[in-house]
Design a protein around this ligand. Structure first.
Ligand SMILES: *Cc1c(COP(=O)(O)O)cnc(C)c1O
Length: 451
């Protein structure tokens, strides 16, 4: 039997199966785990760069004044930031830590947009010192704090206001963000968004460029983008009449779906771009607004497919007539999505990738929670301890949500390209676990040392 062609759109496009052995970026998957250890995350650089280019092309061909700003919370490392910089992609950051990693890679601060519902004063200062391009202001507390910091520095900081349009994107309750009952942004319906616009127009420390919303993710349907534009752009027109707001910049956020499993393909980048840009243009025209600069913010859809997680099979437990558990050497500490979102993944045995499935098993992690599983009811050939299982579409929200639960060591990460593997994150060691442990430090610590 041949490798199921339905996997072609889930694995990176350089994936090949020859004599049953799966390779990524020209590198044999099982040999990668031999060289770099297991579990291992492999990013296919060709896939990542091609996806970046698809995004830029799909949006700028429809509206030239579009910037793709990658939501780096999906996956960030210096390598990732460097690739984004080279591909002409901006970065959405949500913390001082993400900014620090971007800057350490030499990523231009002016192409960073700082989001988040509770940025600290320290983070805002760091962002302004670095020269971050936009602050996406989320609430009045932040607006006032930012104004004060910027005025002290003597310059008006370009900002965009995060607005809650009151649109339900019909995704998982834990990942919906555009409704009224959300912690993110100024709601329109309560008058808070209007008040924030009026206030921002008055403040000398900020330069209000436009409006932003983000509905949540992943949005397999296209309609919510138009529903949001149908609220946001009439609102912008009203704010122009009432408060003289010139909408120079606008962002309908991100949330473009990635394909995780064979049965649930995601719309293509072209499909999203067509839906988002045509709706945006139509709604601007309807409301007499000149077309603003557009920011689009893909996160998962830019990186998910480029990343493949590799795990090694260990223990097996058969509960007669109920379930067979196959445990692997990773799990919720490196990928918590199945545990918290019921996220679904495919699984392929990399050294027998075209074998017929022989059994239904649940792939369990090794961590001390019953909810720690990676794939429920996977159809796999019979596996033995030492076999390597690949989970495709693991590039987004796995490593960035990883923990040291059970004092586990976060896995190594390699970038694969044209048959060359480059280590971009080494596996953690026990020394890393102890690096921040301060038990044997002097008991009375001067306040400065505790920072
Ligand atoms: C998380 C986030 C995104 C990206 O979401 P994806 O589902 O990864 O595309 C975009 N914009 C904002 C403001 C976000 O918080």
């Amino acid at each position: 039997m041949a490798f199921d062609p339905a996997y072609a759109s889930i694995f990176p496009r350089t994936t090949r199966v020859e004599r049953g052995r799966l390779s990524i970026g020209g590198l044999d998957a099982q040999e990668l785990t031999r060289d770099f250890g297991s579990p291992l995350y492999v990013f296919d650089e060709t896939e990542l760069r091609e996806t970046c280019r698809e995004y830029v092309r799909a949006f700028t061909s429809r509206h030239a004044a579009t910037e793709v700003t990658y939501a780096s919370k999906a996956y960030l490392s210096r390598w990732m930031a460097a690739v984004a910089a080279e591909e002409g992609i901006g970065l959405d950051i949500v913390s001082g830590g993400e900014l620090a990693v971007a800057l350490a890679a030499g990523f231009p601060a002016a192409r960073c947009h700082f989001h988040g519902n509770n940025k600290s004063e320290q983070e805002l200062r760091e962002a302004l010192d670095a020269g971050v391009g936009r602050i996406i202001v989320d609430n009045f507390h932040e607006l006032e704090m930012l104004d004060r910091i910027a005025r002290a520095l003597g310059a008006a900081q370009p900002i965009i206001l995060r607005v809650a349009p009151g649109v339900d994107a019909h995704t998982h309750a834990k990942t919906t963000t555009g409704t009224l009952d959300t912690k993110f942004g100024f709601p329109i319906s309560t008058g808070a968004a209007e008040q924030a616009i009026a206030e921002a127009q008055r403040l000398k420390g900020v330069d209000l460029r436009g409006l932003h919303c983000h509905l949540g993710s992943p949005l397999f349907d296209l309609e919510p983008y138009d529903e949001a534009n149908a609220v946001m752009l009439p609102f912008a027109a009203e704010m122009r009449r009432k408060h003289g707001l010139e909408l120079r910049e606008y962002s309908p956020g991100g949330g473009y779906a990635a394909q995780y499993i064979r049965e649930r393909p995601a719309p293509s980048t072209e499909t999203y771009a067509e839906a988002v840009v045509s709706s945006f243009k139509r709604r601007c025209a309807e409301n007499g607004l000149p077309l603003p600069h557009l920011f689009v913010e893909p996160g998962r859809s830019l990186v998910a497919r480029a990343g493949v997680a590799l795990y090694t099979v260990g223990a097996r437990k058969e509960v007669e007539g109920l379930r067979t558990w196959v445990s692997v050497d990773g799990g919720m500490a490196d990928n918590i999505r199945p545990a918290i979102y019921d996220a679904k993944y495919e699984a392929v045995v990399v050294n027998r990738a075209d074998d017929e499935p022989a059994e239904t098993v649940t792939i369990a992690g090794k961590f001390c929670e019953s909810g720690d599983l990676l794939v429920k009811d996977a159809r796999l050939p019979h596996t033995e301890p030492g076999d390597v299982i690949a989970l495709p579409a693991s590039g987004a929200y796995c490593l960035t949500m990883a923990s040291n639960y059970n004092m586990s060591l976060k896995p190594a990460v390699v970038a694969a390209r044209d048959g060359v593997a480059r280590l971009i994150r080494r596996r953690e060691t026990y020394a890393d676990l102890l690096a921040t442990d301060a038990w044997d430090e002097p008991a009375h610590i001067a306040p400065d040392a505790a920072r």
